[in-house]
Ligand binder design. Structure first.
Ligand code: GDP
Length: 350
């Protein structure tokens, strides 16, 4: 009896060790390219790690997933909590997987590190899609900053694409600047709205309408149809006030009922129309190239800032200079210049 128990515990430990063991980057890369979901998920976990050693592995995994060809569409979906994002994604995902497409759902939710869990990308919000073998749902990576969360999500997109996912949906609730981060990583940006008390434009964050390629008024059903139709005209009028986009696309407003699955096919038709137009005129490729360039610049910015503030010599001098600046003994600009001079001459060579 005691012996059996002993063997049982040992094999349980072995199983645990096996689970803890992270596959090598080569194994992960091969798994991703074969479309192995379990290995894709483990690779995503490994690129979410902030440890320096893991970052090197992560770079090699991400680089193996880079592709010159555009094989997917990246769609950003934003809207306040309760607007119907998960219901919409569930219906939209059902339509797309029904057409034989593989759909990945990622989330950018910088509040997840505060709430210790993401409300977005939670599988229980999309029960049908979560069970669908052609769909992959991943919650927001937790990170201290939106920048960190955004970077990891961007890398996750590449891995999902290499694993054969053709439609990548990235949802956000628009906490802080998260819509801007999502916009900077997608081809098409969709704003979900519901009809309210009449003045639909109130309460919309500045800049969101300019970014939208489509505004979709959800919950166009039951007694709400009248208001939702009015809201559509109001948004259409509002969109006319904005200058045309560089790619010549004129944003559209649609109505839908995610709950009833109505108007969902029209949203996809609009997106496929956008894709053919932007593929033909070369803007899709141009846009992705620009996004890559901006991500490089953004990464350099983030890296420099982090390294600068983390430097012990800078920290010591910064505290002293802050006191001097607050006491009006030194100009903030001179203080900044001195700190940067110190960092470039000595600090960065430590
Ligand atoms: P999220 O927070 O944006 O993800 O919103 P949910 O998808 O969780 O939806 C919030 C609530 O609105 C839920 O009770 C849904 O059933 C409901 N809802 C979502 N879409 C529709 C719709 O098209 N019509 C109606 N009447 N209710 C909807």
């Amino acid at each position: 009896m005691g012996r059996t128990k002993h063997i049982g515990a040992a094999s349980a430990d072995r199983i645990k060790d096996k689970r803890k063991m992270q596959p090598s980057p080569e194994v992960l890369i091969e798994g991703i390219h074969k479309g192995d979901i379990a290995l894709l998920a483990r690779a995503l976990t490994s690129i979410e790690s902030t440890k320096k050693a893991d970052r090197d592995k992560a770079h090699s995994i991400v680089e193996s997933c880079l592709s010159k060809d555009i094989k997917s569409v990246r769609i950003g979906i934003t809207g306040v909590p309760g607007v119907g994002k998960s219901t919409f994604i569930e219906a939209f995902g059902k339509l797309l997987t029904g057409e034989g497409k593989k759909v990945a759902v990622l989330a950018v939710d910088p509040s997840s590190s505060l709430s210790r869990g993401s409300i977005l990308g939670d599988k229980t919000r999309m029960p049908e899609l979560a069970k669908n073998p052609a769909a992959f749902i991943r919650p927001s990576p937790s990170g201290e900053s939106l920048g960190g969360v955004a970077r990891k999500t961007r890398e996750s997109i590449l891995l999902c694409e290499a694993a054969g996912f053709e439609v990548i949906l990235i949802e956000t609730v628009g906490v802080g600047q998260s819509e801007f981060a999502v916009h900077s990583m997608v081809d098409f940006f969709l704003l979900l709205k519901i009809a309210g008390a009449g003045d639909e434009l109130q309460g919309i964050k500045r800049g969101i309408i300019e970014m939208a390629d489509a505004i979709v008024i959800n919950k166009t059903d039951g007694s709400n149809v009248k208001y939702a139709t009015q809201a559509r005209s109001q948004f259409e009028r509002a969109l006319h006030l904005y200058p045309p986009k560089n790619n010549g696309w004129v944003p559209k407003v649609l109505n839908c009922s995610a709950l009833k699955g109505e108007g969902i096919a029209e949203v996809w038709k609009l997106i496929t129309g956008f894709l053919s137009e932007n593929t033909l005129n070369g803007h899709l490729e141009l846009h992705r190239k620009d996004q890559n360039k901006n991500w490089l610049l953004q990464a350099v910015d983030d890296f420099l800032k982090t390294e600068f503030y983390r430097h012990p010599g800078v920290q010591k001098r910064l505290n002293k200079m802050m006191a001097e600046v607050q006491a009006n003994l030194k100009s903030p600009f001179r203080a900044a210049e001195e700190l940067l001079e110190y960092y470039t001459n000595k600090g960065s060579n430590r």
